[in-house]
Design a protein around this ligand. Structure first.
Ligand SMILES: Cc1cc2nc3c(=O)[nH]c(=O)nc-3n(C[C@H](O)[C@H](O)[C@H](O)COP(=O)(O)O)c2cc1C
Length: 250
């Protein structure tokens, strides 16, 4: 059994939902479809999220969005990730039937692609805490488990993780995942472990560390350096289907 499985792997409970492990599979646009998620969960991932689904597209019934939000009966946790900037659109979507099958909503407040940020979605929400809070509240009022995936800020210098993390908890989020890279470095560059540790230190809800985990040692280092409650695996999980069994020892 590896170092992560031995020292850091444990079951988790999030808003009454039991997770078989604290190793989460990240949402990855274009990859994390139903068959991928079923395999990840069978191999030990505590939960695997859909790719990000555009709230407005789902409301309009666009085929890609409807397909992305589809979950399978066999998935132990049915977790859909949404992206949008309008709290009323979230409210409308979650009051309707389109996501009745989901038991967990993850809100993407970390995507830093320029078109997403310029339209006030994803990572742009680190600069608009009142709107971000209304989005969380709109999701929470559905009665489902709600999590937020974020970054420390748009740049390393502006690191605003403490105020953002507190806002998430106060607004009712059940879990926070911090991708430790600032928005302007997209998916490369250094991971700000201190920012993840700061989020963990100021919250009562579970905090998951994400970014740059490509080995068991990386996963153990994320836990050791941040005190996080679990890890989220991104590209490593796409490249190697055995990651989850290796990390969990299952
Ligand atoms: C091709 C690609 C697609 C992604 N799609 C999403 C997405 O739909 N939603 C999301 O929250 N993050 C998305 N991400 C970010 C990942 O979830 C993750 O935060 C990022 O890859 C850092 O983790 P890693 O270093 O372990 O890969 C994407 C990343 C990549 C490379």
């Amino acid at each position: 059994m590896g170092i992560f499985a031995e020292m850091y792997c444990h079951r988790m409970q999030v808003a009454g939902i039991f997770l078989s492990s604290n190793v989460l599979m990240a949402p990855i646009y274009g990859y994390t479809d139903v068959s991928f998620r079923l395999r990840a969960e069978r191999n030990g991932a505590g939960v695997a999220f859909t790719e990000m689904v555009y709230v407005e597209d789902l409301i309009r019934g666009k085929a890609r969005a409807v397909e992305s939000a589809r979950v399978d009966e066999k998935e132990p946790v049915k977790a859909v990730q949404l992206i949008g900037g309008d709290p009323l659109a979230f409210q409308r979507l979650l009051r309707g039937p389109l996501l009745a099958h989901a038991d967990w909503i993850d809100i993407n407040m970390g995507c830093a692609m320029p078109d997403i940020v310029h339209s006030g979605r994803g990572c742009a929400l680190v600069h608009d805490l009142p709107r971000a809070a209304r989005i969380i509240d709109a999701c929470k009022s559905s009665g489902k488990a709600v999590s937020v995936k974020c970054r420390p800020g748009m740049t390393a210098e502006e690191n605003c993780i403490r105020s953002f993390a507190r806002m998430c908890e106060d607004a009712g989020a059940d879990l926070l995942t911090v991708h430790g890279r600032p928005g302007n470095s997209l998916h490369d560059g250094d991971v700000m472990y201190d920012a993840i540790a700061d989020a963990k230190a100021c919250l009562h809800i579970p905090v998951i560390g994400n970014g740059g985990i490509f080995s068991e040692e990386d996963a153990a280092a994320m836990m050791r350096r941040t005190g996080a409650d679990g890890v989220m695996i991104g590209r490593w999980g796409i490249r190697d289907p055995n990651v989850f069994s290796a990390l969990t020892g299952l």
